[in-house]
Design a protein around this ligand. Structure first.
Ligand code: NAD
Length: 419
């Protein structure tokens, strides 16, 4: 994960003719924290887990990024994802830096009470390095509004009432209206902007979606509401396809009842991996990293890939897709809707003021459409793919802010100072 992020960064850094020293400064995390979490299971057994928080860069504001509970979570993962957050918050131009963390655990084997104890202990161990003006966690894979509520509660025990310490909280506990669906909504706007530049709209395309959790299900629902045809969907249980278009509200209901897409009667069961190579105009990977890789990239049929997940395309696969003329809307642009509404939530918390849903949606739409335009214009102007353009834009913003803070602007190359 870290290696892939660094490769993408370096491609943009080459374009900007950044020195090795500047690259090192921009890539090195500000702080890396590893904590040992000892708790007891419901049955009184000893439990042992390792938690991480990597704080990558704070040049543009407090650091921001999700917490992931997964057996693959380690320092390398957290570092790669933390770096992505720095570039993502810069691409959408919100006043944050980047961080990421999580706990190496398998939540499917833990009860809610056990997860609560593990989370609470983790907060106790990192409470001095997080906070509304320092580092603000949010949900990621296998964490949700409920977990964010526990974090706010535990942090507030030490620091007084502090809802701005985490975002993605329950709406009843100072969460923002529209946060849960924000990443999926942002994915829809990014795709719509991309299609608009080709004289098309969402109702002109068929779409395959890998992953039907928070991001995948909301993106599917919102795209279908605008007339897009969702022809294939997968999750951990397998895939489901219907060339006429799946009935997404019914599928959402099925998944909320049964937990997985498997067995849904409104489509034909297919292999989960086949969704990535399904015949569709658009592919939305919305699960985990490296979904599109050496092994399957040649079989991908979509002409547009919208990276709803973080890091779903390996650098080698990205090069092949680019050569084939496939448009890849990169993660640091495509899935930035979540962190954008997290920013709105934090702003509301600090002001003790609640926005109506209509305002959240309107402002998110503005941010996403503007960011897509900034990246696509730069890509066209400088002959870059969208990912390299997004990194170029982000590196310029972060490097300029960092240089201004440290009064080292004279060390920046001319390409970095030009808009
Ligand atoms: P989630 O846990 O709600 O859902 C993940 C989905 O992926 C589930 O449906 C799961 O069954 C499926 N999945 C897991 N392994 C799979 C496999 N091998 N094949 C097919 N499906 C598989 O997580 P989420 O919040 O929707 O996050 C998904 C991705 O989006 C992650 O990469 C995350 O970092 C990224 N992301 C999330 C947000 C957010 O706001 N939640 C914001 C930005 C980026």
């Amino acid at each position: 994960m870290l290696e892939a992020t660094n490769l993408f960064f370096n491609k943009a850094a080459d374009h900007l003719e950044l020195s090795d020293r500047l690259r090192t400064i921009l890539l090195t995390p500000k702080r890396v924290v590893r904590v040992e979490i000892i708790t007891e299971s419901d049955g009184g057994e000893l439990l042992h887990h390792i938690g991480f928080r990597v704080q990558h860069n704070e040049a543009r504001g407090p650091m921001k990024g999700g917490l992931r509970y997964h057996p693959s979570m380690d320092e390398d993962h957290a570092a790669g994802l933390a770096s992505l957050m720095t570039w993502k918050t810069a691409v959408v131009n919100i006043p944050y830096g980047g961080a990421k963390g999580g706990i190496n655990c398998d939540p499917s084997k833990l009860s809610a009470a056990e997860l609560n104890r593990i989370t609470t202990r983790f907060v106790g161990l990192v409470k001095d390095i997080i906070g509304p003006t320092i580092d603000i966690p949010a949900p990621d894979v296998n964490t949700n509004a409920e977990v964010m509520g526990w974090i706010m509660d535990e942090y507030s025990r030490f620091n007084g009432f502090n809802p701005g310490v985490v975002t993605g909280k329950p709406v009843d506990l100072f969460g923002s209206l529209g946060r849960e669906e924000a990443t999926g909504r942002g994915v829809m706007y990014a795709l719509e902007e991309c299609l608009k530049r080709r004289g098309k709209g969402l109702s002109d395309v068929s779409v395959a979606v890998q992953g039907f959790g928070n991001v995948g299900s909301h993106a599917s629902r919102l795209i279908a509401e605008q007339g897009g045809r969702i022809v294939a969907v997968s999750d951990i249980s397998g895939g489901i396809a219907n060339e006429q278009g799946l009935d997404i509200p019914q599928l959402v209901e099925w998944v909320s009842e049964h937990g997985v897409v498997e067995g849904f009667p409104g489509g034909e069961a297919i292999d989960g991996a086949a969704v990535l190579t399904y015949k569709a105009d658009v592919l939305i990977p919305a699960a985990l990293e490296e979904a599109i890789n050496d092994a399957n990239v040649d079989d991908v049929q979509a002409g547009i890939i919208v990276e709803a997940a973080n890091g779903p395309t390996t650098p080698a696969a990205h090069d092949i897709l680019h050569r084939r003329g496939v448009t890849v809307i990169p993660d640091i642009l495509a899935n930035a809707g979540g962190v954008t509404v997290s920013y709105f939530e934090w702003s509301q918390n600090i002001q003790q003021f609640r926005w109506e849903l209509e305002r959240v949606v309107r402002e998110l739409e503005l941010v996403m459409r503007r960011a897509y335009g900034d990246v696509a214009d730069l890509a066209e102007r400088e002959g870059l793919d969208l990912r390299t353009a997004a990194f170029v834009l982000a590196i310029k913003r972060v490097a300029r802010a960092a240089a201004s803070r440290h009064t080292i602007s004279h060390h920046l190359p001319p390409a970095l100072l030009r808009d």
